[in-house]
Design a protein around this ligand. Structure first.
Ligand code: ADP
Ligand code: MG
Length: 296
């Protein structure tokens, strides 16, 4: 028997041993994500067990399960102690920004971020977020197409060199869920919405993940979702933005205060008001790399 036969099966995407991935059933994780009250109680109070580290992650991202009253679900745990310092995000913690992003997303009613809490764990305080197992059948939302495109139903992001001097057009789908995510990212000032940072769940929803670099006071929107740039916001966005503004001056603002500086909260209010005021999707900035590269 050669050595390779003793190697545990690897999960291709994350390099985790196969047996370290209990309960990653797409339908079960989608159902729990759609029941935030149950998911939040489980994440807050359940017993957290670490199964492995996600090797493609830049900060410590631990794959865990959380168990309460016989219910077990997979989750990610990002301990604050495992955060790499970032010069342009000197205040607060990445974990706190992830929780703030969840609170804001929940307040929109669009359920675009998996339930996320701040709590203690085996590696100290950190963020714990419900794991969304990707639906293997979910249609691709990004593609490379002929530079003369885009094809019907797709919107252009950027033309890119794809090797041997060939040029292709990177496109995303003209999709209502992605458009909501684009509005949320404009509110969050998300500096990292690449293709791997949304997940298609088994119930047809999409969930954005990895919101550690959001909510800066300076405009840092970096995303692939430029297909609607400068276009009028969808009709459904205005009432959501107005309600968000009122909530920011009330209970939501109070929930965010432990995680953000006063200046970051002010900037969040100002961005939300600006978005509602212009009524248009933002344009890429000339002062900031507006497209994450590589894009996935
Ligand atoms: N809630 C989640 N559900 C499913 N997969 C997740 C979740 N959070 C993270 N992941 C997976 O773990 C990888 C690393 O997590 P991410 O939040 O992107 O960490 P980092 O800040 O290090 O980039 C992601 O690319 C994704 O594949
Ligand atoms: Mg990431």
């Amino acid at each position: 028997m050669d050595a390779a036969e003793h190697e545990p099966e690897q999960d291709q995407e994350h390099g985790l041993p196969e047996e370290a991935l209990p309960g990653t059933d797409p339908a079960a994780s989608a159902a729990l994500a759609a029941d935030p009250a149950t998911a939040l109680a489980l994440l807050r109070e359940g017993e957290l067990e670490i199964h492995g580290r996600l090797t493609d992650a830049s900060n410590a991202v631990l794959y865990c399960t959380v168990t309460l009253d016989g219910l077990t679900a997979p989750c990610v745990y990002k301990p604050v102690a495992g955060e790499r310092p970032l010069w342009d995000f000197p205040d607060g913690t990445l974990a706190g920004r992830e929780v703030a992003a969840y609170e804001i997303a929940a307040a929109t009613g669009w359920a675009l971020v998996p339930p996320t809490v701040l709590r203690g764990g085996p590696a100290g305080p950190g963020m714990v977020q419900l794991w969304i197992e990707p639906d293997p059948e979910a249609p691709e939302l990004l593609a490379l197409q002929d530079p003369a495109g885009p094809e019907d139903g797709w919107l252009p992001i950027v033309r890119a060199e794809v090797g041997e001097g060939r040029v292709a057009l990177l496109v995303h789908r003209d999709d209502r869920r992605l458009r909501r995510l684009a509005v949320l990212d404009a509110v969050l000032n998300n500096a990292d919405r690449k293709g791997g940072h949304w997940i298609g769940a088994a119930d047809g929803r999409i969930y954005g993940i990895d919101h550690g670099v959001t909510l800066n006071t300076e405009d840092k929107l970096r995303t692939l979702l430029w297909g609607w740039a400068d276009q009028p916001l969808p009709d459904e966005a205005q009432p959501v933005l107005k309600a968000l503004l009122a909530d920011l001056d009330g209970p939501l603002g109070a929930r965010l205060a432990p995680h953000l500086t006063a200046a970051e909260l002010d900037a969040l209010r100002a961005r939300t008001a600006r978005l509602a005021g212009t009524g248009r999707h933002p344009l890429p900035s000339a002062d900031w790399p507006s497209i994450p590269w590589p894009p996935v």
